[in-house]
Design a protein around this ligand. Structure first.
Ligand code: SAJ
Length: 420
């Protein structure tokens, strides 16, 4: 059976680009979201998130009539669930959005449908989702009951796109396809091949779930190694960026870059899913999370030391001193502030410092609520001209472009090594 209508549940950073990619291949796509504002924005041919090239693809798809958004699920040949899976309590995965999505599509499921879970999930989540669906639709058979001959096929197919490059990576990256049965995998590959130029690599659902968690944990552990080196180098009076550059000249060494900590909604979250399910075994993965999560506090310690030195040298009162934070986003050249260590650091500085805290963030026009009233959003030139202490937090291209001689301050904390 071919896929005439495809439904994507969750129109966020992953769901909307995916919906747009299918629609750009002339498939009828129904996007479902509980957020009325997002639905209205998309139906006007606009987007509610920032991602290069996404706006044009969505606009073209809506204008051509291939993409439509709504809050109520409708019948489709394939359903892709791309809703958030945050954590709750002691870093345990919160599957409520996936459960709500499964419950919302259950009434419109028909024989022959394919259901794909894309959200980052703990191992076993796809089987759990299949059980939720089966409990609501006893008139249909599911893979856990009927195997290859099930009425509804189910697979786990994680997204692996890099924010900022989503429209390219969505099409070009290889895709791991974890069907509950080989028939489910085959059908899911058929679906992705509508727009995929990368390869579909087939496996089972549990391995695919673990594969997604493994990819992000691998990166987290490697960044933790770099962050730990930055602490060691500060003690030993060694430039960590030079050290890493030199070590990486070895043919089998490839160390990542230290920074203010690890942010975003993926790398700082997903490793905890492994730890929550395997607390005894996942020792290195847990420690890496702790190393990365503690980095903002180390940066604050550095700021306090530099400020104390500045006060001693200048004879100013703390309330007269201006500290400027460069960058708030969770990584360079994006506007996404979610789980950003730079935000955490700016907030901690503003709460502690009795003088003015300036913030430069070229990708936003207004400070987030957490910082408004505590900090001042200023232009780059003003921060460079008026601040006493500079704190470099995100290596946005605008900050990298600052010429060395433009920085006249003696007190600089550079967590990204761009102004060395
Ligand atoms: N970071 C460093 N040092 C580095 C690289 C990154 O400190 O050398 C920091 C960044 O500044 C940022 C955080 O790590 O705060 C995460 O950034 P990122 O660019 O490594 O990753 P994300 O969160 O934007 O996207 C990741 C990607 N996963 C991998 O590269 C294994 C992406 O492919 C996934 O699709 C995405 O998570 C996701 O959705 O899971």
């Amino acid at each position: 059976m071919s896929f005439n209508t495809i439904s994507v549940i969750g129109l966020g950073y992953i769901g909307l680009p995916t919906a747009a990619a299918f629609a750009s291949r002339q498939k009828r796509v129904i996007g479902i979201d509980i957020n009325q504002h997002a639905v209205d924005t998309i139906n006007r041919g606009e987007i509610h998130i920032v991602e290069p090239e996404l706006d044009q693809v969505v606009k073209a798809a809506v204008q051509a009539g291939y993409l439509r958004a709504t809050t109520r699920p409708e019948e489709a040949d394939a359903f892709l669930i791309a809703v958030p899976t945050p954590f709750k309590g002691e870093h345990e995965p919160d599957m409520t959005y996936v459960q709500a999505a499964a419950q919302s599509i259950a009434p419109v499921l028909k024989k022959g449908a394919l259901v794909i879970l894309e959200s980052t999930s703990p191992v076993g989540a796809t089987e759990q989702m299949a059980q939720w669906l089966a409990a609501l639709r006893s008139d249909l058979t599911f893979p856990q009951q009927a195997g290859e001959s099930a009425d509804v096929n189910i697979a786990y197919c994680p997204e692996r796109v890099l924010p900022g490059q989503v429209m390219v990576e969505l099409i070009k990256n290889d895709r791991v396809i974890g069907g509950m049965t080989p028939a489910c995998s085959a059908r899911a590959s058929e679906l992705y091949k509508i727009f995929l130029e990368g390869e579909c690599v087939l496996t089972n659902a549990r391995t695919a779930e673990m594969c997604k968690l493994t990819e992000n944990s691998f990166r987290d552990v490697n960044i933790a190694f770099a962050n730990e080196l930055s602490l060691i180098c500060a003690e030993q009076d060694i430039n960590v960026w030079e050290l890493i550059r030199l070590a990486n000249r070895h043919p089998r060494v490839n160390i990542l870059q230290p920074g203010p900590g690890v942010g975003g909604h993926c790398i700082a979250v997903d490793p905890w899913f492994i730890v929550a399910q395997n607390p005894q075994q996942a020792r290195l993965i847990r420690i890496a999370r702790e190393v990365n999560d503690s980095k903002p506090h180390w940066v604050i310690h550095q700021v306090k030391e530099r400020v104390a030195d500045c006060l001693a040298v200048t004879n100013k009162r703390a309330s007269e001193l201006k500290i400027a934070c460069f960058g708030l986003a969770f990584k360079p050249n994006i506007d996404d502030l979610r789980e950003s260590p730079a935000m955490e650091i700016a907030q901690l500085i503003a709460d502690w410092h009795s003088g003015e805290t300036l913030v430069v963030e070229p990708n936003i026009h207004q400070l987030p609520n957490k910082l408004s009233g505590k900090c001042q959003l200023v232009a780059l030139e003003e921060a460079l001209r008026s601040a006493d202490v500079l704190v470099m937090l995100v290596d946005h291209k605008e900050f990298r472009a600052i010429a060395g001689e433009a920085i006249t301050q003696q007190w600089v904390i550079d967590t990204k090594g761009v102004w060395r």
